[in-house]
Design a protein around this ligand. Structure first.
Ligand code: UD1
Length: 423
């Protein structure tokens, strides 16, 4: 099993360039199934989830050409497309569900076993299905009880859909399906994440008629056909946020290139509250954690534009070294405090009560054997290891491989003492 060994390191200094967004590229890759023409996707991060999505598209009948050294993926989904997504791929990545609408449009049917991914709560798909049903899709309720989505439709017809919660995945699946449905779909209480906007931009280039992406109401006028296009993926805001915390927690100063501050308003506001100095420049964003000691603050995760749940565990790492107690409230996922036990192995002394975690701050952290309990938590324990005395040994790092491109190399270039051990 591969592991990270992290030693206490000095302040991170230097510059880092942010990769393309994992959560933007996955739905865009799924959307390539909506056309039989070739699509070119650029600024694709070299990540395990991208490999899994390529394999999934291939297994469905598409041809993919992956050149991740140049961050480029070509997909051509011409010819016969299969309706059933293989379970061994789907179980590796929850985002496999994103092909649901496209499969129904291309083949009249989609069969997908309910997906895996990070173990952060139940992560159901009833909102995806509610939206598709409104467009005319029939879902086999007996199969669903067994954890299999078996959905059919001969044609999709636009409708008004209200999402009970602004689910990112459901919004993406419904936008894709509605793009080729007959008539107009209005999606209310839609997710507003930048990744939704990137998907809508990709689909619009393909010929879709989408208005309002990035707001809570998205209007999609169905078209008859979509065409192949080329598209650059947006930078990964969660990777950028993770490196911002890296500078802050180590009292370092780094220049972050290819980062869009507009996508990180909530994280930037909270880091500033903690005393971190953040200066946008023409070259990138300078994040300086050396000016002030870290001041405690409270954080509540929310759908975008609120504080991102994916930044909750990295930010909690920072709060462990703050000058006093902080409270973190997780409202997006019901089970996203698994990293607390890992931080506590390092001496953080955090208590949880339902959706709340109370972080005392100011503790002397020590290295310990810990696990990457999910993708972001893996990055969070690495950051904590940089300021803990002794060695932190991190297992289950396959989670980190799913979502951070060249994480170890990028950290090392900033002066972090981290090694990946393969055994
Ligand atoms: C996406 C991101 C993930 C991020 C999450 C929230 C990708 C590939 N992943 O995941 O990194 O943490 O958004 O920002 O983009 N829910 C329901 N019913 C549903 C669908 C969702 O109750 O039908 C609940 C989930 O259980 C969860 C919450 O809604 O508690 C958020 O889920 P959702 O927005 O769908 O997240 P994902 O699209 O899975």
């Amino acid at each position: 099993m591969a592991r990270f060994l992290v030693e206490k390191s000095g302040p991170l200094t230097g510059e880092v360039t942010i990769s393309g967004s994992k959560n933007a590229v996955l739905p865009i890759m799924a959307a390539t199934l909506l056309t039989d023409e070739e699509c070119e996707i650029l600024d694709v991060p070299a990540l395990r989830d991208v490999d899994v999505m390529c394999n999934l598209l291939e297994s469905l009948g598409a041809t993919t050409n992956k050149d991740l050294d140049n961050h480029r993926v070509l997909v051509k989904a011409e010819g016969e497309i299969k309706s059933e997504a293989p379970f061994d791929l789907v179980k590796m990545m929850r985002a496999s569900i994103l092909v649901l609408g496209a499969l129904i449009l291309r083949t009249g049917r989609a069969v997908i076993h309910l997906p895996g991914g990070c173990a952060i709560g139940e992560r159901p798909v009833e909102l995806h299905l509610k939206g598709l049903k409104a467009l005319g899709v029939e879902v086999d309720s007996e199969q669903l009880k067994k954890g299999i989505v078996d959905a059919k439709a001969t044609k999709l017809v636009g409708d008004t859909i209200y999402l009970d919660f602004p689910s990112v995945g459901a919004t993406e699946v419904i936008i894709m399906a509605a793009s080729l449905a007959e008539g107009t779909t209005i999606l209310e209480n839609a997710a507003q994440e930048p990744e939704i906007v990137d998907l809508a931009n990709f689909l619009s280039k393909m010929g879709a008629k989408i208005k309002g992406a990035g707001t809570d109401t998205i209007k999609i006028e169905g078209v008859k056909k979509l065409k192949g296009v080329s598209h650059h993926v947006i930078p990964d805001r969660i990777e950028a946020g993770t490196f911002m915390v890296g500078a802050a927690i180590t009292g370092g100063k780094i220049l972050i290139k290819n980062m869009l501050t507009n996508h990180l308003k909530a994280v930037i506001a909270k880091l500033k509250e903690c005393g971190v100095v953040i200066t946008p420049t023409d070259e990138g964003v300078i994040v300086d954690g050396s000016v002030n000691p870290i001041i405690s603050t409270d954080v509540k995760t929310l759908p975008y534009p609120g504080f991102p749940t994916d930044m909750q565990s990295p930010f909690m790492a920072l709060l462990t070294v703050a000058d006093g107690p902080s409270v973190v409230i997780e409202t997006v996922f019901e089970n996203r405090f698994m990293h607390v036990a890992e931080f506590n192995r390092m001496g953080a002394g955090i208590r949880t009560e339902g959706k709340c975690a109370i972080i005392p701050g100011g503790k002397k952290l020590h290295g310990a054997p810990v696990a990457a309990t999910d993708l972001r938590a893996g990055a969070a324990v690495v950051l904590t290891g940089l300021v803990a005395d002794g060695t932190t040994e991190i297992t289950d790092i396959y989670h980190v491989d799913r979502g951070y491109e060249f994480f170890v190399d990028k950290l090392k270039a900033l002066g972090a003492n981290i090694t990946r051990v393969e055994d």
